[in-house]
Design a binder for this molecule. Structure first.
Ligand code: PMP
Length: 474
């Protein structure tokens, strides 16, 4: 198995039209209406925000639904089946990220939830909150929980990985020398802005050498690279199901048991306690301590199905697929006049399929509105919940982000590159304006889904759909 530590450099590629998805995802051919009245297959290049469900995930949830019943305390047969489904999902999810035998796997809602939970478990030192070191490159989910619940220091990242690591080592050493060492280093697995990674082995060596633990924000890494707690020595990893092709509301925090068993129970309520008196509570340890309330069984089942599917796929094929798509995005976009690709660390050892860029003369929101309205492409614009980073890099007005995954086809990437080139060469065909802070098409003729949101789509999608919206490539 190729691990993050051994990743080869990204290949440079010309065109990727022939690349087909590595794994089947649902909704791949959904027709998207354009302003000129045509429909084209929706190109989902916003996978870093939320990935489409794997076919295997949809199938597993459909199979599990009739078996769903109350879990943990129900004596009935389906309660026992559901409890088994939930607990075996927990084991699969932990195994997927290489949990050590004594690690806990906590089932939460998402990465944000996981990191907030861990923030309540960082041990205090001499009666004051434990110290946490975090870089300013982080997603707000890996910044704000530390600032709120711990004694957090935000270190400014440097222009290279080497210089950033040096600054981290120096700050960790300074903390230890001052007699108030850091308890935890919280670091991204892969940037949600640039897709770049830090060398995990070096990060772990730096932290452990100074007596600190490491939590990895795996939101952008775990769905795209095989990651192992046991192999890397990382102490905790957090990740989200909806970014891992399992959009059913579950995520996970996996890692060392002692802090989690002693930390503040994340949710106070039923299931987290051994006994409750009016004058005190005896909390459980283990996962139950933090998982009060009725758990998200189907979310856990979905995430486990995604983990199983990703574990079974050829990791080299998955990496090569995403590397080729990313390389084509970077090369294709940088070849267009006035387009700038955002970079953080030119010496990053690996990059996942996230590419952020700006187009001279156009606001990011207008580019995103144009790509959707005229080309059926979904991207993200803004500051990507990484305000300190975007500000430091000089992108106060934000940027546009395209992201790919196992379900992305080469045609979608080619369509984006061609669409941005057409924007720069000829300008947009429709008129755009800012309404309530958002870029929209003026007098937008596209139909909007009504009612539950499915009615309008189901009425016109697929065979036998509205003749006026024949599904043709752009
Ligand atoms: N960390 C990173 C690197 C992310 O990309 C995201 C989501 N964009 C998060 C944390 C937060 O994930 P979630 O919204 O699933 O909690």
């Amino acid at each position: 198995m190729t691990t993050i530590a051994e990743s080869p450099a990204c290949p440079s590629v010309d065109r990727v039209d022939a690349l087909t998805p590595v794994l089947p995802v649902l909704g791949h051919d959904t027709p998207a209406p354009l302003v000129d009245g045509r429909r084209v297959p929706y190109a989902n290049l916003d996978v870093a925000a939320s990935a489409p469900a794997l076919q295997a995930v949809g199938d597993r949830v459909t199979a599990a639904l009739p078996l769903y019943a109350s879990v943990h305390r129900g004596a009935g047969y389906l309660s026992q089946v559901s409890t088994t489904l939930y607990e075996s999902a927990r084991a699969t999810i932990g195994e997927f990220v290489g949990a050590r035998p004594d690690d806990l796997t906590l089932l939460v809602r998402n990465t944000t939830d996981a990191l907030n939970l861990l923030a309540g478990c960082v041990p205090a030192a001499d009666g004051t909150p434990g110290r946490v070191l975090v870089l300013d490159v982080e997603h707000h989910a890996n910044l704000l929980p530390w600032q709120r619940a711990t004694d957090a220091t935000v270190l400014t990242g440097r222009g290279t990985v080497a210089a950033t690591l040096e600054a981290v080592r120096a700050e960790l050493a300074a903390g230890a020398a001052a007699g108030r060492g850091y308890a935890l280093l919280a670091v991204t697995g892969a940037s949600n802005v640039t897709g770049e990674t830090l060398p995990v082995a070096d990060v772990v060596a730096a932290a452990h050498g100074a007596g600190a633990r490491v939590v990895l924000d795996g939101a952008q890494l775990v769905p795209h690279r095989r990651f192992s707690l046991a192999q890397t020595g990382v102490d905790y990893v957090a990740f989200s199901g909806h970014k891992a092709y399992a959009p059913f509301g579950a995520g996970a925090l996996v890692g060392r048991r002692d802090w989690l068993d002693a930390g503040t129970p994340y949710l106070a309520g039923g299931g987290a306690v051994r006994s409750v008196r009016v004058d005190g509570t005896d909390w459980h340890d283990g996962p139950a301590r933090h998982e009060a309330g009725s758990p998200n069984v189907l979310g856990a089942v979905a995430l486990a199905a995604a983990c199983e599917t990703l574990a079974a796929v050829d990791t080299v094929a998955l990496r090569e697929h995403e590397d080729a798509l990313r390389a084509r995005l970077v090369d294709g976009l940088e070849a267009i006049d006035g387009v700038e690709v955002v970079r953080l660390w030119p010496d990053a050892p690996d990059t996942v399929g996230v590419v952020t860029f700006t187009v001279s003369g156009y606001e990011p929101g207008q580019v995103a509105a144009y790509l959707s309205a005229e080309h059926g492409i979904g991207v993200r614009d803004g500051r990507f919940c990484a305000h300190p980073l975007l500000t430091r890099l000089g992108y106060r007005a934000g940027a546009v982000r395209a992201s790919v995954g196992a379900g992305t086809a080469g045609e979608e990437v080619e369509r984006l590159v061609a669409a941005v080139a057409a924007l720069v060469a000829d300008g947009p065909r429709a008129d755009y304006a800012v309404v309530d802070g958002l870029w929209v098409v003026v007098d937008d003729p596209r139909p909007v889904p009504e009612g539950s949101g499915l009615d309008g789509l189901l009425a016109t999608a697929g065979p036998g759909g509205d003749e006026a919206f024949a599904c043709v490539p752009d």
